[in-house]
Design a protein around this ligand. Structure first.
Ligand code: FAD
Length: 294
């Protein structure tokens, strides 16, 4: 007899196995590298291959950078298992110019940080995607966005796309030097939180301090360190009993681990702990390409 899927199974499937858009591949060129803040480099990418990424652009869309073992001006020809790949959010898409940008944090370790630290105009990189775009629900009365520095680019793009309803943003940054002016009009109010007590601690405390009781039609988007995100998700969904459709969570990285997949697995574990787990296995790897070459 086949048992009915539990609510948790449905939820995990909702998070990890939502219908996927097609995966495109391109090897865009680095046009510029600018310093946005002490820890953030902005890389402008261009080239014909970006067109399909920009055509169906959704705010929050990220691409996977498939990197070489050590930073190199020449890109991989195609994705292969074992190559280091890291996700970055596309920002400021310009369809006419055929360009988009990524803000890459220099957090001192890892192939993504290393690549951004050395990349120069003329370098090319293999990218696949897009994934993770967020569609603001027309039924929402307002939006609350919560992010760390890695998710600030996505939060800004999402805020920019919501023009007809209030958007608030709380953002935790590693130190006060990362506090900066946001582009005009992207959010109605912003709360800057300075990291203290470990990554995500201030964000968690802030979420706990807000009034959730009268806000069932306020939609929530949360992204950042996986453990933090799992904790916030549990608070909102289990303790505050917010409906699933209202809360969108994404683990962007995992403290002490390398790459996106660790973050996704950690978030799945958090989700599993937060309710009765029926022991089923889930395909968490939906971001890996259906490989059909570059
Ligand atoms: C959908 C999505 C969109 C993303 N968008 C962006 C983006 O626009 N800009 C961006 O910078 N990142 C973004 N990230 C996060 C980024 O992919 C990860 O931070 C990635 O792990 C960085 O790779 P790395 O090679 O530099 O470090 P890794 O090899 O993954 O990690 C090395 C060490 O650094 C730590 N670490 C990793 N990331 C961070 C971090 N952000 N802060 C502090 N310590 C860290 C790890 O815990 C580990 O100890 C996104 C992730 C996802 C899933």
């Amino acid at each position: 007899m086949t048992s009915q899927p539990s609510k948790l199974v449905e939820e995990l499937n909702g998070v990890f196995a939502r219908p996927q858009p097609p995966t495109y591949w391109a090897t865009p060129e680095v046009l510029r590298v600018d310093r946005v803040s002490p820890r953030v480099r902005r890389v402008t990418l261009g080239g014909e291959g970006l067109t399909p990424f920009l055509a169906g652009y959704q705010p929050g869309d990220a691409v996977k950078f498939v990197l070489t073992e050590t930073p190199s001006p020449e890109p991989n020809e195609r994705w292969e298992p074992g190559l280091p790949s890291r996700a970055y959010t596309l920002i400021n898409p310009d369809r006419e110019a055929g360009t988009a940008q990524v803000d890459i944090i220099d957090h001192g370790d890892g192939p993504g940080s290393a690549w951004a630290g050395q990349a120069e105009p003329g370098w090319r990189v293999l990218v696949g995607g897009p994934r993770f775009g967020y569609t603001p629900d027309p039924a929402a009365r307002a939006f609350r966005l919560f992010a760390d520095l890695s998710a600030l680019p996505a939060a800004i793009e999402i805020g920019r796309a919501i023009v007809d309803r209030p958007v608030s943003l709380a953002i935790e940054v590693p130190d006060a030097e990362e506090v900066r002016d946001l582009p005009a009009g992207v959010v109605d109010d912003v709360t800057w939180l300075i990291q203290d007590g470990g990554p995500g601690r201030q964000l968690v405390d802030h979420v706990h301090s807000l009034d959730w009781a009268a806000n069932a039609d306020v939609h929530v988007w949360v992204a950042g360190e996986a453990g933090t995100i799992g904790s916030i998700r549990r608070f909102l969904r289990v303790e505050q009993a917010l409906p699933r459709a209202v809360v969108t969570v994404s683990g962007y990285w995992k403290l002490g681990e390398h790459g996106i997949d660790a973050a996704r697995v950690a978030l799945a574990a958090e989700l599993a702990r937060s309710s009765k787990y029926d022991g089923n296995q889930y395909d968490l790897d939906s971001f890996e390409p259906e490989v059909d070459g570059v």
